[in-house]
Design a protein around this ligand. Structure first.
Ligand code: MTE
Length: 319
């Protein structure tokens, strides 16, 4: 991964404490207003932001029990500090370069080891599902983290709908390949299209979601519009953006980062403070907006829910 080491973070990205404290108060108020706005459907106007490109409407949002009670990262940071290499390898690049990315119409294919393969238009794909607000931590392999209020649907429910066969052991996800719209794909920084994968039991876990929105509005393009994966106990690179295909497979998918740096990025990529990246420690992280670093938690704090999935596995080997 083209990674800036923590000591190369620009001073301008580190908030001074006074600004930080006043910002915390502001965020607390904004977050409360935001929750109220989700309920009344006025979120976009509260934040003064509309995603003109996305035609997806977000009806009937319910609150999920799978939510952390933690201060949310500001909307500005969530939408201005991004990893989306199809647009740029800079954090600030995707917000501008993805502005005109066309997400409507959007077709999603689900096939492979399933009895009911299907091609959906996004709106039809979402309709039968319950749209939930879930506040999750996202921990990047680069040792920074955020807390984001996603709007999403259960990935497990989607998979049940297409009826996996007994051979379905893994789930592979693929991002759109369109170098005209995604200028980063003209450069061979990665082997395009971006591919990610999960074991079927990880994909069926109730914490795994397909997100179509955040902060009460449709997903901004730079965050993976119109639909992206969110797996909160894994490093952020597993949460693949702008998905066009979900394929159930018998064999472990060849995933982009594992192909690009097999010694650095494993297939599992579970957040683990005890297994360092070969070039830096994973013991601590910088929560975006915070001044001080904090300790990284095993499975990003979701150990009670997901540790049983990995019982008996050597986590140093299956990193
Ligand atoms: N998906 C695609 N298609 N391309 C990418 O470059 N970056 C990953 C992940 N999904 C990436 C992607 C990484 S490294 C992270 S940390 C998260 O997206 C960042 O998500 P965010 O920008 O919404 O915070």
């Amino acid at each position: 991964m083209l990674i800036r080491r923590p000591n190369t973070i620009k001073p301008s990205e580190i908030t001074d404490e006074a600004v930080y404290n006043s910002r915390r108060q502001f965020i607390a108020v904004t977050a409360k207003t935001a929750v109220a706005a989700v309920v009344t459907g006025t979120m976009s106007s509260v934040l003064g932001l509309q995603n003109a490109q996305a035609a997806l409407s977000l009806p009937n949002i319910t609150k999920s029990k799978y939510t952390v009670e933690e201060e949310q990262t500001s909307f500005k940071d969530v939408t201005r500090y991004n990893n989306f290499y199809e647009f740029s390898t800079d954090k600030e690049g995707p917000a501008t370069l993805a502005k005109n990315f066309k997400t409507d119409p959007w077709t999603l294919r689900i096939d492979g080891e399933v009895n009911k393969p299907a091609t959906y238009q996004l709106e039809d794909f979402i309709k039968p599902h319950v749209l939930e607000e879930r506040i999750y931590r996202l921990r990047c392999v680069e040792a920074w983290s955020m807390v984001i209020p996603w709007l999403g649907i259960s990935l497990g429910d989607v998979i049940k709908r297409v009826e996996p066969t007994s051979k379905a052991k893994f789930v592979e996800f693929t991002t759109l390949h369109d170098p005209v719209q995604m200028p980063g794909q003209k450069r061979s920084v990665l082997d395009w299209p971006y591919v990610e994968g999960l074991r079927i039991d990880e994909a069926m876990h109730p914490l795994s979601i397909l997100a179509v929105g955040l902060y009460g509005q449709v997903l901004p393009n730079q965050n993976g519009a119109p639909i992206r994966l969110v797996v909160p106990w894994k490093y952020g690179f597993k949460s693949i953006k702008s998905i066009v295909r979900i394929r159930l497979t018998e064999h472990q998918p060849k995933t982009t980062w594992a192909l690009s740096g097999p010694g650095e990025y494993g297939f599992y990529a579970n957040v683990n403070p005890n297994v360092d990246h070969p070039r830096w420690s994973q013991a601590r992280e910088r929560r975006i907006g915070d001044f001080f670093k904090r300790k990284t938690q095993m499975y990003n704090g979701y150990a009670d829910e997901v540790a049983p999935l990995y019982a008996g596995m050597d986590l140093k080997r299956f990193y």
